[in-house]
Every structure is written in C-alpha cells, then in structure tokens.
Design a protein around this ligand. Structure first.
Ligand code: MTE
Ligand code: MO
Length: 389
C-alpha cells in the first residue's frame, strides 16, 4: 500500500473541501483563508499527485549535481553549513479557481475542480538554493535546475519539476525545512521542500530528493505535458505538440472573495443567503473580505469590488507587508464594508478584481483565457448574495 505513510489528517473536513483522498487533494475553505494573514499549517491546502513518501531522516541525503557528478548533504549538514533565511510567500496552485473556467460555450476543463482555496500564505525557513549550488561550483553552468521528489509511482516515475537557472540563482528560492516556524509536516514536504516564490505551486517540489543542474528542463510529466496554457482551440490534450508550449513559471494577478462564504463547497453554491452579523448590523455595513496576489514578486496595488457588474468599483482596504521591489511574494488580504442600505433586496452579484504595480489586471470573464487544462484562471471572481434582513 503506497499510501501507508500518508498522515492522519485531523479536522480535515472542518478545514478543507476534500477533492480526493488518494492522492490527498484538499483546498482551504474560503472563510478560513481570510481569518489570518499567515495560513496555519494544518489549514494550508494540500496538493499531492501521489502518496506521501516514507523518510528515514538518519539515512536521508539530498543529492546535488549535474549529469556528470553529484554531491550529497544530510538534513543536519544542510541546516548547519548554510545560513538560514525566512521569507513570507504565498504558494498557489496554477489550477486554483479552475472550476470557474467551465462554461457552456467552450466546455469543461480537465483536472481537479478547485474553487478559490488552492492557495495559502506561509513563512518558509531554509537555505538559499543559490548558496548550495555555489558551494559545489554549480552556479556557472546549465540552463535549468531540476528538482526530483521522493514520491515515485510503481514504475519509478517520480514527481519532478524545473525552473530556469536565472530564477534558481536569484535571492529568493529556498530549500526549506520549516513552515510557519515549525518543522515541515509530511503533507507539505518533510524533510525538505523547494519554495519558488511567485511561481506556480507545481515547481515548489516537496520531499526533494535530488537537485540537478542541466541544459534541459525536467522531463517529468508535470513539466512537459501538464501545467501549460494550451491554445483555446485544443479540446483534447492528446492533440498537442507539447514541446512548443512553455511550462508555466510565474503566475498571474489573482484575487478572490472569501467572506461571506458558505460552509458548503463554493463550486455548488448558486445563491448565498446570509444574515448580516451583529457587528455589521451595528455598523449598518456588510463586510466583504478576500485575498489578492500576483506572480514574480509584483505587489498588489489595489483590489476593488463591484455590485453592478463592473460599472462602478469600490476601493478596498489592503493588509499587506512592506516588501522589496519585485519581492512581494506574500499575499494581500482586503476588506470592504458596503452600507446595508445600498444593497438590493433581491439576489445580486459581488465581483472583485486586483491590479498589480505593473498595471496587470484580471480579465472580466474566463472566455479569453480558457484552456483545456483549466490553469491560470484569474477572471473576476463573483459570488451571488441574498441578504435576509
Ligand atoms: N512535490 C512533490 N514531490 N509531489 C507533488 O505532488 N505537488 C506540487 C507541489 N510540489 C507536488 C509537489 C503542486 S502541483 C503544488 S500546487 C504544490 O506542491 C502544493 O504544495 P502544498 O501541498 O504544500 O500546498
Ligand atoms: Mo498545483
């Protein structure tokens, strides 16, 4: 049983909408996402393609090399011999919000039907990939750095991904051993995981076993034939010349409404009936909350909401960290309070959209960005509310 080392997941149904048990795929419920700036470990979404691998920490060695030579580091070596750094960064699956890409005109997309919760914001402590590569002299060769996980199927195909050498040698890519100041949990990659901030989650390889500097990208399925935005004309992934399509790296600008939210799976809720809470009644305002984030370290400049399908927009209040230029990897949380008197008595739509500091904004519908794998959906997020007075 390959799954025998999957952990017990306490309160999983309280924290997550579970998309599959084996492998375990679970997204954080929206109201939990906005209840703290740092997503608690046990509430952070989990995206596993296979089982959780068993690791004997006394025998574990991280291999670092190229096609010709390899060195290895034990868990303690890695922690003792290199300086440690902590960064705050969101990790977002490129399939986040995939389910909203399904539409009648263009069809149903393929993959795990995530609502808005395949994202979390954590602090990551580890050593810089660059420092490790430099220490073995691997900083002046190769075009890509590949990461190979310990999770392998019965034909020894292991999870893997790669990033361009420029990103790998940047200041920001970590080989992490802590998440939110705790030792990594097995679901999030114990003992070591790669964290590639600002880049789609698929490149932040968990349970990393080998790091390979190469002229080639990873030849794993998840680099070569998945996590690509295919042309919208492609309705069957088998029809594609995958080598022509680039592997996703940085993600795009994204935002979502997370509160109010239903306790039911957001994918299934057509109209969300709510009663304003005591505080809202006292203030005569309805509180709306959500998150926003952009890729590549671009900071969020503003998040706006509309209740008239985009004719007028209200500026929300942002909670964000002061972060360096092109180093804004943490997400932004936002809040807006709409006067209760301004709200229609019939069901109405609330939409949000974010803009980053490079004026990248979100498309109003998924029509222009539809792709069969349903990745990178960043169209305006919409919920339909009915206020019960
Ligand atoms: N690394 C390994 N070894 N195996 C995996 O299945 N899933 C990837 C990435 N790293 C994966 C992996 C994907 S697609 C995502 S979105 C992130 O891990 C999810 O990280 P999390 O489970 O810690 O939230
Ligand atoms: Mo992912």
């Amino acid at each position: 049983d390959l799954f025998q080392y999957d952990p017990e997941r306490i309160n999983a149904n309280e924290n997550f909408f579970i998309r599959s048990e084996r492998p375990f795929n679970a997204e954080t419920k929206p109201s939990i996402l906005v209840s703290s700036f740092i997503t608690p470990v046990e509430k952070f979404y989990v995206r596993n393609h296979m089982h959780v691998p068993f690791v004997n920490i006394n025998e574990y060695k991280l291999e670092i090399g190229n096609e010709k030579s390899a060195y290895s580091l034990s868990y303690d070596d890695l922690k003792d011999k290199y300086q440690s750094y902590t960064i705050t960064s969101a990790i977002q699956c490129s399939g986040n919000r995939r389910s909203a890409m399904n539409n009648e005109e263009q069809g149903t997309v393929q993959g795990t039907p995530w609502y808005v919760g395949a994202i979390g914001n954590g602090t990551w402590t580890g050593v810089k990939l660059r420092d490790v590569l430099e220490s073995f002299g691997f900083d002046k060769e190769g075009k890509h750095v590949q990461f190979i996980g310990l999770d392998c199927d019965t034909s020894q195909r292991c999870y893997g991904a790669s990033i361009p050498i420029e990103k790998a040698l940047s200041d920001d890519v970590l080989i992490a051993y802590k998440m939110n100041d705790e030792v990594l949990t097995t679901d999030h990659g114990y003992p070591l995981r790669i964290v590639v901030p600002g880049t789609v989650g698929a490149r932040s390889v968990k349970w990393v076993n080998r790091i390979v500097v190469s002229d080639k990208e990873s030849d794993s399925h998840w680099q070569k034939a998945d996590y690509k935005v295919l042309p919208s004309s492609i309705k069957q992934p088998q029809q594609v010349d995958y080598d022509r399509e680039p592997a996703l790296q940085e993600f795009n600008v994204q935002s979502a409404i997370c509160y109010p939210a239903s306790s039911e799976d957001g994918n299934k809720v057509k109209i969300l009936s709510i009663k304003p809470n005591d505080e809202d009644i006292k203030n005569q305002k309805l509180t709306i909350k959500g998150y926003a984030v952009s890729g590549g370290g671009r900071q969020i400049q503003n998040v706006q909401i509309s209740i008239d399908h985009g004719k007028t927009w209200f500026q929300t209040e942002l909670e964000q960290l002061a972060q360096p230029y092109m180093g804004a990897y943490a997400w932004t949380l936002w809040t807006y309070r709409i006067p209760l008197n301004d709200l229609p008595s019939k069901p109405f739509d609330v939409m949000c959209r974010a803009m980053d500091t490079h004026a990248n904004s979100q498309p109003d519908t998924p029509l222009g960005i539809w792709n069969i794998r349903g990745v990178m959906n960043n169209s305006w997020h919409k919920i339909t509310l009915q206020i019960d007075q």
